[in-house]
Structure formats: structure tokens, C-alpha cells
Design a protein around this ligand. Structure first.
Ligand SMILES: [Zn+2]
Length: 428
């Protein structure tokens, strides 16, 4: 079981950091920031540490937009002197991921000082990095402590606060997907982890107004929710609770933007918009009565392996297709007996699936919360096209080996519901 990081959210993050480093005798440090995060918090932390007599190597990553890639990793490595030092990441997700990776690979601990409540990954062990144009998540380690400075977080750009809120709103659909995966596909499940993640989500929903106003209480609630969600992932050892179909859409868009060398979009902004779209899938599932289901199951045939592989090749191209096919092997290798068992389970558990689907708010409600927080609510507002929404709905689910609401529609022969055919196609 991993040790949870010490978490402090307050007005005195620097003092708490100094106390912590003194108490633990962590005298030698590497502070990593980018120009922005150095200006808003890193500089005062740097000066505070030096003033208190700490030995600090400071790395301020340059460039307009810092990306968690091989170049950034190299920049930090070049500044590092190969002695035992504790790393301090002053920044949001990107800086934290770069620092998480370098500190892990140099066998040093790291401390996180978030500068924006933008993502739930601060406490995570995964470092998503772009290497050779491809994004992969590398297993590293969690921070030993998180010192969140409330005034800095509350002054973060509105779009980043809204993105953090979007990442949390996505838990409605990820938690529902996880329950469906457990019922129909024996996905590993843990009630306490699901409850903990739901509590983290509820903190944010209960405080949606103050988060939208970016008041200190609101930002504290959002940060608590984000960190708690991350700690639940850490405890479970995977992102099941916090990442479902909405994250698969988001990962797909992220990859596509990367391929096309277009500017990246905030993770939580994509997740929030995707959550409104996945809420529509749940609305469609709620509309399927037992009578409808009987007809649907009568019509549904086992998807053909070759067709699945063909679709993956068409969507991801020859370079990535083999990797995606490998990820999807449990689905692609399904035989008639497996399919029969799956459809039987769907029939037997339909009432529970309906109960799960009722936990997901209407798309309009989710969009309302996002709008109030100042985040995008449609692909259009996000800067993506309708076609890119259809592509994510068609292909996003191939990116992970998980049974979700989207997979359920796939095996019911209702892909068209997800990809824009609408509810009519249920009874076609
Ligand atoms: Zn996320």
C-alpha cells in the first residue's frame, strides 16, 4: 500500500514547506518551475529556502509553453548535480509530471507545490510524457508532501480552475462506468475507493457556486476534491474510479492534436465537455426498457474480430494499430460463448444498470455547472469540430482495456447512439 502524501492547503504553504524540510533534514533541494509558475510562486519559495540556508538548485524551464516531453526532462537532468536532493515541483500538471519523472529516475523524493487547481493527478504515480511524438504514461512515484498555497491557486487563470472542476465533474461518468465494468466484465472494484471518489466529487458539487466565484473557500474545496480523487487512485493502484469514457474521449483528442501539431487543450476542459457527451449516452441507456432490450439483444450479433481490427487500423494508422490491438485483445478475442455470457449478464443486470445510469445527471445539468465555472461546455467552445466529437465517440474506447458505458452500447449494436445516430436508432 503506498504511503499517502502529507497534504496542506492554506495561506502559509511556504512556512509549512520550510518546517517540513527542516524536520526531515532535507537541506539539499532542486526547485523546478516554468517562467509563469516561478513568477507566481516559485520565486518566493526559492528566496524563502535560500534565506533559511537551504542548498537549492533552481530550474526555470523556458519557452512559451512548457510541455512534459523528453526535452524538458533533459533540461532538468542537465541542471541536476547527481547528488541526493529532494525535488520541489512548483507548477500545475506539466511541471509536476516532469519533476515526478526525473526525481523518480534519480531515486530522489519530490514535493508538490501546485500553482493551479487544474487536475486531479498531483498525488498520482503516473507521469504522462511525450517521447518521439507519442504520449505514454510512465510509472513513477507520488509526492511525499503537497503544499498548496491557497492565494496562488485562487489567482490561477479562470480556465485552469474551470478545468480542475471539469476533471471532477467527469467522475459522474467514470464512477458509473466503473460500476458497469464491475457488473458486466468483472473489472476489479473497491467500494471504499468508489465512495471516496464520490465524496471528492460531492465536495466540488456542493461548492460549485463558490468554485465558480473562485473564492478561497471554493478553491479550497476544489483542491480538496482533486487531491482526494488522486489519493483514491493511488490507494487503488489504478485510475478506474476517476477515468472512464469521458477520459477516453479526452485522450483521443489529445493524441489527435499532438499528431496534427495543434496547440494542446487543458485536460480538464476536454474531460468536462466529454462528460456532457457521455451523460447523453447514459440518458440513452435510461431510455431502454426491458422490452426494448429484449429486441436489441435479439438483433445484436457478436462484433467480428477482423472488423474491429480494421476499424482500429483505419482510426489509428499502421504505426499505432498494433499497440491498440494489443490493448483491446480481451475484447477482440471474445468468442461466441463469451459474447453469449456477456449478453446474458446485460439482461440479468439491466435493473442495476438502470440504477447506475440514473446516478449520472442530464447533460444540460453538467453543462450548466461547467458554464458557471467559466469552462467550455461543447466541442465548439473547446475549439474542436463536430467531426472530432464523432471520432472520439467512435474510437476513444479503443485506447483503454476497460468495459464502460461506451463498450456496453457497442455490444448492444448501438454504436450509432454514441456517434450521433441519436436515440431513434435504439428502436430502429
Ligand atoms: Zn483527469
Amino acid at each position: 500500500m503506498p504511503v499517502n502524501p502529507l497534504v496542506t492547503i492554506g495561506d502559509d504553504a511556504l512556512d509549512r514547506l520550510l518546517e517540513f524540510c527542516k524536520a526531515q533534514d532535507r537541506r539539499r533541494l532542486v526547485l523546478v518551475a516554468d517562467r509563469n509558475t516561478y513568477r507566481v510562486l516559485g520565486e518566493s519559495v526559492d528566496q524563502g529556502l535560500r534565506h533559511a540556508g537551504f542548498d537549492v538548485i533552481t530550474v526555470v524551464l523556458g519557452g512559451e509553453e512548457v510541455v512534459a516531453d523528453a526535452h524538458a526532462v533533459m533540461q532538468v537532468l542537465l541542471a541536476y548535480d547527481a547528488t541526493e536532493r529532494t525535488f520541489i515541483a512548483v507548477g500545475s500538471g506539466t511541471i509536476t509530471d516532469i519533476t515526478r519523472f526525473v526525481s523518480h529516475r534519480t531515486r530522489n523524493a519530490f514535493i508538490s507545490m501546485p500553482t493551479a487547481p487544474s487536475v486531479d493527478g498531483f498525488a498520482s504515480v503516473g507521469a504522462p510524457l511525450i517521447v518521439g511524438g507519442v504520449k505514454n504514461t510512465y510509472k513513477t512515484h507520488a509526492p511525499i508532501a503537497i503544499f498548496a498555497d491557497l492565494p496562488t491557486l485562487a489567482n490561477a487563470p479562470r480556465a485552469m480552475i474551470a478545468a480542475g472542476f471539469g476533471d471532477m465533474i467527469g467522475k459522474y461518468t467514470s464512477l458509473a462506468d466503473w460500476q458497469i465494468g464491475r457488473l458486466l466484465w468483472d473489472e476489479p472494484y473497491d467500494v471504499a475507493i468508489a465512495d471516496g471518489t464520490r465524496r471528492a466529487l460531492q465536495i466540488c458539487i456542493d461548492n460549485a457556486d463558490t468554485i465558480a466565484a473562485a473564492s478561497p473557500e471554493g478553491i479550497r474545496s476544489l483542491m480538496e476534491g482533486l487531491i482526494e480523487s488522486g489519493i483514491q487512485m493511488l490507494a487503488f493502484g489504478s485510475s478506474h474510479a476517476a477515468s472512464g469514457t469521458e477520459h477516453h474521449y479526452s485522450h483521443f483528442w489529445e493524441m489527435k492534436l499532438l499528431w496534427e501539431k495543434r496547440p494542446a487543450l487543458l485536460h480538464g476542459a476536454k474531460v468536462g465537455v466529454a462528460a456532457t457527451e457521455v451523460a447523453k449516452l447514459y440518458a440513452a441507456i435510461r431510455n431502454i426498457s426491458r422490452d426494448d432490450l429484449a429486441q436489441i439483444l435479439d438483433r445484436a450479433g457478436m462484433p467480428k474480430r477482423e472488423e474491429g481490427i480494421e476499424r482500429i487500423r483505419a482510426a489509428f494508422g499502421p504505426d499505432m494499430a498494433d499497440e491498440i490491438v494489443a490493448i483491446q485483445k480481451r475484447f477482440l478475442n471474445m468468442d461466441e460463448a463469451d459474447f453469449e455470457q456477456l449478453t446474458r449478464r446485460i439482461w440479468e443486470h439491466w435493473d442495476e444498470i438502470q440504477t447506475i445510469a440514473r446516478q449520472v445527471p442530464e447533460a444540460q445539468q453538467i453543462a450548466g455547472w461547467l458554464r458557471a465555472a467559466g469552462g467550455p461546455t461543447t466541442v465548439d467552445e473547446l475549439g474542436l469540430s463536430k467531426e472530432e466529437l464523432v471520432l472520439a465517440a467512435t474510437n476513444g474506447h479503443y485506447l483503454r482495456d476497460r468495459f464502460t458505458s461506451r463498450k456496453l452500447l457497442h455490444y448492444l449494436g448501438l454504436d450509432a447512439v454514441a456517434t450521433g445516430g441519436g436515440a431513434q436508432s435504439i428502436r430502429a
